[in-house]
Design a binder for this molecule. Sequence first.
Ligand code: ATP
Ligand code: MG
Length: 414
Amino acid sequence: MLKAIRGTKDILPAEAGMWQKIEAYGRQIFSIYAYKEIRTPVIEEAALFIRSIGDATDIVQKEMYVFSDRGGRNIALRPEATASIVRAYLENTLGQNQAVTKLFYIGPMFRSERPQKGRQRQFHQLGVEAIGSDNPLLDVEVISLAVKFLEGLGAKEFNLKINSLGCKKDKLKIIEKYRAGIKPLLGSLCDECKERYNKNVLRVFDCKNPKCGEAVRDIRLKDPLCPECSAHFESVKKGLEGLGIKYETDSKIVRGLDYYTKTVFEITQKDLGAKDAVCAGGRYNDLIKDMGGQDTPAVGFAFGTERLIMAVKEDVSQSSPAMDVFIAVAGEGLDEKAFALMDTLRGKGILCDMDYEKKSLKAQMRKAQRLNARFAIIFGEEEFKGNKVALRDMEKGSQKEIEITDIVKEIKAR
Ligand code: ATP
Ligand code: MG
């Protein structure tokens, strides 16, 4: 028997209600903050991600699904959405008529990682991007939107950590200082981090190996930001405080993608264990220019939907809607009549179903109960001759005969 590919998961009907709820709430709250939906393709030219995320990052070096298509093109399954959205923004000149373009997305992402709890190869993200301004209020808006989204879903005990990597110049200096700080500790780092030290030293702080985290724990930089970036970061903090949003500053938040500048942040939740980041984001002020556009600052975040579901831990069984009407057939040759009535009811927005297995009336009524149907309509030979059916109220256990033509009115009325 064929099985789902390792690291992918079926979202079964029992869980789909929870997914619908989270996505519907995301659409609602993102829209309230004036973000509009964008849907970009799942496949892109691999070069898009290599250039934007950075060719020394884990995502590009180890996690990206890349293949050559039948035309010999180098294609990637998207590992994240920001690069695709920037491509779409530039290609479709979305910024033309507005200073700030605010977009949100919901969809699957792909990374070839070792599957474990909260880490899959096909996973899902909900995210926003605000493109066109360096105003720290926009950082505050994006961060507060992430917090409000989590709160609205009922998540508790989450932790917001923020940091600033500064502008391009600051970031280069930070990298140099960290290289100097880490150099004497190289012996206690894992082999991968030794490589990261050479290629991309900030990634050392992102290492999932606790020994590496321990080794670099006490490294601190003094005043790493230029006055402008420092003032920007102060404004972000002040803005968050103004909205009553609790945060911690943590200079070790560096993010695993190269394009970040200035504000970066992560939201973690302790119940998620080692894979505790439920949301991550930040500013990427140089990305759009680096990808051939005008100088256009931007900021955004992404939630991992699987981890969001773990963080809100709601009873998923409650979420699928119960049945309004179950139609039972107790006479010969009435199946088609019942089927036609069902079609009418569905046309009126009434959720109904019937049995397709020609089971006994008793078995059908048991099924109506199991499905938690509010009503059952019973087609019997005698009643049907008089153009009637029996309408049973499954909660009250009462039953009455009723003209078929009155059935919709009766159900709607009750
Ligand atoms: P991690 O540190 O867990 O590897 P990341 O830094 O690679 O996360 P981002 O690229 O910032 O993650 O993605 C944003 C969010 O997407 C993460 O905070 C997480 O919730 C989710 N996410 C990332 N990779 C996966 C995955 N393989 N499976 C499930 N969710 C994921
Ligand atoms: Mg990762």
